[in-house]
Design a protein around this ligand. Structure first.
Ligand code: NAP
Length: 265
């Protein structure tokens, strides 16, 4: 769909050194977009940069960035604007989770998840907002999660960060509607990435949800297909999203009947 739409567009992706961020980068490059890839692992970004430049002959810039460091975010985005002039699409993808019961979560873990998943995402968004509003064009894509719709045991903190991302994204979409700036939330269920190396140290959750796992290439293809279209939300897989619709209508019943499934972490 609209394969020419992304040609020569400038797309910035946070958390592009692996997982769905790297897959989004590959698909954008295949559609002729110019890329700016951000993450802490510069070596991985440089490897991806060289692969994409060789294969697709597109422009790829990389910058080391820890999105939880607000000063670094400011400096890096200044460098990005100096290098490429204009950002057409920002994909706020950097994020991580730690599955632990609330009483066992340390303050460092709690602040760490909020600093990256929420404050980092807002900091990057703030860097592109003034110019997108002024130009009256652009697209901000926030990778949230199904955990932003249904909170389950052992994901209290992670779910709280993703609920925050969804709230922020919904308000942002309304604020920007008159400025022609598009805003999309992406809410995937479990995806087979390295995310679980940190989130699920014991491997219990991965074992329990193995058969539902989405492939990162598939999630990335849905994200890339939505670029520069008026897609409000992407919810994957569809059946899991039906669950969150039913949850809103019958929360007490849903929590009782879903107890076994919700306790799969
Ligand atoms: N996997 C899932 O089941 C799943 C489901 C729903 C939503 N999500 C969301 O999807 C997004 C991508 O996750 P993924 O599954 O692709 O996980 P992943 O394979 O672990 O990739 C996470 C990416 O985020 C980057 N990152 C982490 N902390 C960062 C920081 N402080 N500053 C900058 N970059 C940082 C990592 O790069 P560096 O380590 O190099 O910095 C990496 O590129 C996350 O927001 C996650 O919450 C994942």
């Amino acid at each position: 769909m609209g394969r020419e739409l992304l040609k020569e567009k400038n797309i910035v992706i946070t958390g592009a050194s692996g997982g769905i961020g790297a897959e989004i980068a590959k698909l954008c490059a295949a559609r002729g977009a110019n890329l700016v890839l951000l993450a802490r692992s510069l070596d991985k970004l440089q490897q991806l940069q060289s692969d994409l430049q060789q294969k697709y002959h597109v422009s790829v810039d990389v910058f080391q960035l820890d999105v939880s460091d607000t000063n670094q975010v400011k400096e890096v985005f200044k460098q990005i604007f100096d290098t490429i002039g204009q950002i057409d699409i920002l994909v706020n993808n950097a994020g991580f989770g730690i599955f632990r019961e609330a009483h066992k979560a340390t303050m460092d873990e709690i602040k760490g998840m909020f600093d990256v998943n929420v404050v980092g995402l807002m900091a990057c968004t703030n860097m592109v907002l003034p110019k997108m509003r002024e130009r009256r064009s652009g697209h901000i894509i926030n990778i949230a999660s199904q955990a932003g719709k249904i909170a389950t045991p052992k994901s209290s903190v992670y779910s709280a960060t993703k609920h925050a991302v969804l709230g922020y994204t919904n308000a942002l979409r309304m604020e920007l509607a008159d400025y022609n700036v598009l805003v999309t939330a992406v809410n995937p269920g479990p995806i087979a990435t390295n995310f679980f190396d940190i989130a699920d140290e014991q491997g219990t959750y991965v074992k329990n949800v193995q058969r539902y796992m989405l492939q990162p290439e598939y999630v990335a293809s849905k994200v890339v297909d939505s670029m520069l279209t008026k897609t409000r939300e992407i919810n994957l897989p569809r059946w899991m999203n039906m669950g969150s619709v039913v949850y809103v209508l019958f929360p007490r019943l849903f929590e009782r009947l879903g107890k076994r499934v919700f306790n799969s972490k």
